[in-house]
Design a protein around this ligand. Structure first.
Ligand code: DGT
Ligand code: MG
Ligand code: MG
Length: 243
């Protein structure tokens, strides 16, 4: 039989980012009655999914960055001989079932997934870009919610906000008693889940010698620096192994 599994042989080389995005999560948000503009239970569930990716998925990402309904995974090594279809489908389905469990959701959930070939240097740019998007999403979510609370329909609110200069958006929220620079950091800057390495002293009973072992533990940072700041850049460079 002619082999028509044409896309199964498309492969990539490491490192890659894999980005998942919730499929039609506006409907999921409505169904679960998520708090607007931000729901802490939903964010914690997405963080739990990131933890599972690092600890249990077999995809061995080095870190996961999440905001809103998306997750970006950094894979310095590739499973499945780099087969793109397989990486995408396993990442999306693992994410969907992990989130179903974390939210105790009675309806099926889906993510899409895409593979983005990167270099360590490009990874820094990529994560900075996603954090910029998190900030824009945060400003928009607050303003949209404020206009809806004023009685506008979601479409009207979106049209009103389109192209509005940033100082106007801030002023609009300031008038309502919200300082957009002081909202919880996880809403403004996203959440990073990564492997923290530490040296531990152990004892080898065979040689009766003290030995140093590197332990890695999955760590959540929901109070991130701006990735463009000197601290943020230094942190990212360590994480990605950039000089
Ligand atoms: P898509 O990705 O094209 O299949 O469609 P959506 O609906 O997933 O659109 P997207 O990904 O652009 O936007 C994310 C949706 O998730 C958006 O409708 C707002 C919702 N969402 C994310 N986080 C929260 C939250 O904390 N609270 C609420 N109420 N909604 C949230
Ligand atoms: Mg989505
Ligand atoms: Mg999204």
């Amino acid at each position: 039989m002619e082999n028509r599994e044409l896309f199964a042989s498309i492969t990539t080389v490491p490192p890659v980012m894999v980005r998942l995005d919730g499929r039609a999560f506006h409907r999921l948000a409505h169904m679960l009655g998520l708090a607007k503009p931000f729901d802490i239970r939903f964010s914690r569930a997405m963080t739990a999914v990131c933890r599972s990716f690092l600890a249990d998925s077999g995809l061995t990402p080095e870190f996961a960055y999440t905001f809103s309904d998306e997750i970006s995974l950094y894979l310095p090594k590739l499973p499945f001989s780099g087969r793109v279809e397989k990486i995408d489908s396993v990442a999306a389905s693992f994410g969907a079932s992990a989130l179903t469990l974390a939210l105790e959701c009675a309806e099926p959930i889906a993510f899409d997934a895409r593979v983005i070939p990167v270099t360590p240097e490009y990874t820094l740019e990529y994560v900075v870009n996603r954090q910029d998007e998190a900030w824009r999403n945060h400003v928009n979510a607050y303003c949209q919610q404020a206009l809806i609370a004023d009685g506008m329909k979601p479409r009207q609110a979106a049209a009103r906000l389109k192209g509005m200069p940033s100082p106007h958006l801030h002023e609009m929220m300031h008038d309502r008693g919200v300082n957009l620079a002081k909202t919880p950091a996880w809403q403004r800057r996203g959440v990073l889940v990564y492997k923290k390495r530490s040296e531990k002293e152990g004892f080898n009973p065979l040689t009766k010698e003290k030995v140093k072992a590197v332990r890695s533990s999955v760590t959540v940072d929901d109070d991130l620096p701006l990735f463009t700041s000197p601290d943020g850049q230094a942190f990212l460079k360590r994480l990605v192994g950039c000089p």
